[in-house]
Design a protein around this ligand. Sequence first.
Ligand code: FAD
Ligand code: DHB
Length: 397
Amino acid sequence: METKKTQVAIIGAGPSGLLLGLLLDKQGIDNVILERVTGDYVLGRIRAGVLEQGFAKLVREAGAAEKMDTLGEVHDAVEFAFNNDRVELKLEELTGEDVIVYGQVDITKDMMEEREKRGLETVYEATKVQPHEVKSETPYITYEKDGVKYKLECDYIAGCDGFHGVSRQTIPEDVRTEYEKVYPFGWLGLMADVKPINPHLIYAKNDRGFALASMRSQTRSRYYIQVPLEDKIEDWSDEAFWDEFEKRMPESARKNLTRGPSIEKSIVPTRSFICEPLQYGNLFLVGDAGHIVPPTGAKGLNLAASDVATLYKIMTKVYKEGDKKCIEQYSPIALRRIWNGVRFSWWMTDLLHNFDETKDEFDRKMETSELSFFLKSEAGRKVIAEQYVGLPYEDLK
Ligand code: FAD
Ligand code: DHB
């Protein structure tokens, strides 16, 4: 077995792991990333598109923001459509903030390239990654690469390995509590090189279900529709998708829909999931490794970013000031923001999807009434907008 050493060992080269690694490096904190798959495989996951300014600020601090700041689109508004009623939420006017539309694939690629440029070590296709002795002062990770066994000694382990990773499983079952709600539908997403149906995103709901019109640029659209969980991707030809998507858009927008061949099409399940606590000894869960939200509120990646911000501040304090006590602040600070994001995502999901067969006519009337109450009052629009652009990050004590 070959032995290596670093200060912070990061498991997972998704957006959480890459962002954390670059930020730590800026503070002179040595780190190595272990990733199960290839870089190209990581870049094959389309996923998020909306970045809060808090996230963007961190990317700038990490030194990987050049493309995001030139190619990303600043959106000062989003739209909600309920049947054929359309309401624009003027984010900037309501909150003083906007969001950036820039794809997860692009931001991941930018951070990968920056990491490579700085000569920071990322081990792709690392198999059998396993943290050990995480409660001790001398934690380590074992893994294999090209048939060779390695031991990576470190001070801290950041579990940035997503929902199916190994890090969360390392916390003993009697220490962690998991909260979960699985929704009975998935999101079918389609990417196409066509002009977006609308200058801003449209979150739409009608009797046929939910649809989201998003984009990556003025020439690339990213659209989603709610589909039954049992549906398979083979059930959905491009034509079937376009037909259904069009029917879920408000009538006044339909004439602006341009169809085109899909360049990607996939179905993702939707769930809310939270693990408490997010720290166990010298192991920290970051991003999807510790929590998942349904995509409706565009919060998953943004919550990952606030976890990274908290852990980064803690690691800086540990290494610059020798204050090891502050590591206990990670879980409570991160969880406070996470539960807010979970609540917002749950609320948006509940309100904008048709799924609860147990709901009766009264419940449906209440849903309509709630949506119109929030969208028709300025105070209501502000409540949604404040959360959509992202709540502030909490500082360490
Ligand atoms: P991941 O991206 O899952 O990365 C984890 C990495 O760890 C992966 O590369 C994986 O291969 C690696 N790994 C796993 N196990 C191991 C192991 N044992 N050893 C080594 N490596 C391992 N969020 C938003 O904020 N805004 C949005 O608009 C938005 N839209 C979304 C739309 C869709 C359709 C979906 C599905 C998600 C969306 N999200 C959105 C959520 C967002 O994509 C995730 O929250 C984000 O990917 C989390 O990043 P992460 O780095 O924590 O985890
Ligand atoms: C996108 C995804 C989301 O979940 C969302 O709420 C907004 C945009 C997107 O992929 O563009």
